[in-house]
Design a protein around this ligand. Structure first.
Ligand SMILES: Cc1cc2nc3c(=O)[nH]c(=O)nc-3n(C[C@H](O)[C@H](O)[C@H](O)COP(=O)(O)OP(=O)(O)OC[C@H]3O[C@@H](n4cnc5c(N)ncnc54)[C@H](O)[C@@H]3O)c2cc1C
Length: 395
């Protein structure tokens, strides 16, 4: 009998396992993959994610394997470029391959005392007995824990039969490639709304002075696949110019992202959902690592309380959900609205012109994206007036 069984050793699951193991709890961390393993991702870390990673003791992987980023550049559908710094309180952003990041996190969990078993696909969760059943190379396996945390990302197969998936989950879809030999990269992440269909964007996240993770994301279903959209983005003139004689490394991979935290159940009885399994991917930016880490830490703090007091009542266990909702419910509702309203060509171009004229607006938008400012500010009279004034004509 373990204190906590964590299913999924991505950022959410490993953050939770590290936190609980450090507190002296008996933790089992399971994953269907053999580690180190890749995860299809843009590999971008915000300063908020970096702050939590440093707290979990993963600074070393960041400085050895990651590429520091201090700013963001956004290109509007008409090709206007806006640049803004992102670093905060001494924490820059980083771009780091997930094979390195997730291995660093898993090592932190094991170093803190969690037991890790890979190559085990959990196929069933028996709620009343707090039991997880899985299948590994040696056949069927089962474990019992006092609490079970599911941190299985966008793989919703386990959530459905448990009734923990909304009737109409919101998915975005994204494809990524690695491109070597790029020109013009700086310590900056690039978002581009030109060369891709809206609502969506293309990105270039640098992994070195001449290598980047290049991808395309689409919100909702589109007529074309994300793979086709990424090919088109790579043929877009400004990208062709950056790639020059560089090479797109194969394979190109795509994967869904779940963005419906604000309408999802995230707990029942002794079963908690962590990270993207709780729909925690920003509906505006597609960022999910920061939220996965933060939900892991919040679940850790809440569960430690339950174990300290030996109290597993509904009231005690719901602390996690209360804290997570207080932090992100409003952010997710407003970010969804923002995407629906602003992610169209004329408004993005208007926003671009307004940002060029009023740099504090560009900083506000970045702060909203990084959940440092309340998204409601973007619907305030000052912002709306500036965007309306900039809808037509030069800045
Ligand atoms: C193309 C793309 C680009 C992205 N770019 C970014 C970005 O640049 N920055 C950012 O912040 N976010 C990005 N995201 C989102 C980010 O990748 C996820 O939100 C984040 O990985 C979620 O972390 P997690 O720990 O919740 O889940 P995951 O990282 O998905 O980890 C889940 C783990 O659970 C395991 N698992 C799943 N099912 C089972 C099972 N049944 N049994 C056992 N183990 C299981 C998996 O093997 C996996 O290791 C991107 C997503 C995509 C698809």
């Amino acid at each position: 009998m373990y204190d906590v069984i964590v299913v999924g050793a991505g950022p959410g699951g490993s953050a939770l396992a590290t936190w609980l193991a450090r507190e002296g709890l008996d933790v089992l961390l399971l994953d269907k993959q053999v580690f180190p393993r890749d995860k299809t991702c843009g590999d971008g870390l915000t300063p908020g994610a970096v702050r939590i990673l440093r707290g979990l003791g993963v600074s070393d992987s960041l400085s050895r394997r990651g590429y520091r980023v201090d700013g963001v550049s956004v290109t509007t559908p008409q090709g206007m470029r806006i640049e803004t710094p992102i670093a905060t309180d001494g924490h820059p952003g980083y771009v780091i391959r997930r094979i390195d990041l997730d291995e660093g996190l898993r090592n932190a969990a094991v170093g803190a005392g969690a037991e890790f078993i890979g190559d085990v696909r959990v196929t069933q969760v028996i709620e009343e007995e707090e039991k997880v059943i899985g299948a590994g190379r040696l056949g069927p396996l089962g474990w019992q824990g006092r609490v079970i945390a599911l941190a299985v990302g966008a793989n919703v197969g386990l959530l459905k039969p448990l009734g923990l998936l909304p009737a109409r989950p919101d998915f975005a879809y994204a494809a990524r490639s690695y491109v070597e030999g790029l020109r013009g990269l700086r310590h900056q992440i690039l978002f581009r709304f030109d060369g891709v269909p809206l609502p969506g964007y293309g990105w270039l996240f640098p992994l070195s002075d001449n290598t980047a993770n290049v991808g395309a994301l689409l919100f909702g279903r589109a007529r074309r696949t994300t793979y086709e959209v990424l090919q088109e983005f790579l043929r877009h003139a400004p990208i062709v110019e950056m790639v020059g004689d560089g090479q797109v490394m194969l394979p190109v991979k795509s994967y869904p992202l779940r963005t419906d935290f604000h309408k999802s159940r995230i707990r029942r009885s002794r079963l908690l959902l962590i990270g993207e399994a709780a729909g925690l991917v920003n509906p505006l930016s597609g960022e999910g690592i920061h939220y996965a880490l933060e939900s892991g830490v919040l679940a850790g703090e809440s569960l430690r309380d339950c174990f300290d007091r030996g109290d597993f009542s509904e009231q005690a266990l719901s602390q996690y959900e209360r804290r997570l909702r207080a932090r992100y419910q409003r952010v997710f509702v407003l970010a969804s609205w923002m995407r629906r309203i602003y992610m169209r060509e004329s408004l993005l171009d208007g926003l671009g012109r307004a940002c060029a004229r009023w740099p504090d607006l560009a900083q506000l938008l970045v702060d909203i994206l990084l959940t440092r400012k309340d998204p409601l500010k973007v619907f305030g009279p000052k912002v709306v007036w500036r965007v309306l004034r900039s809808l037509r004509g030069p800045s």
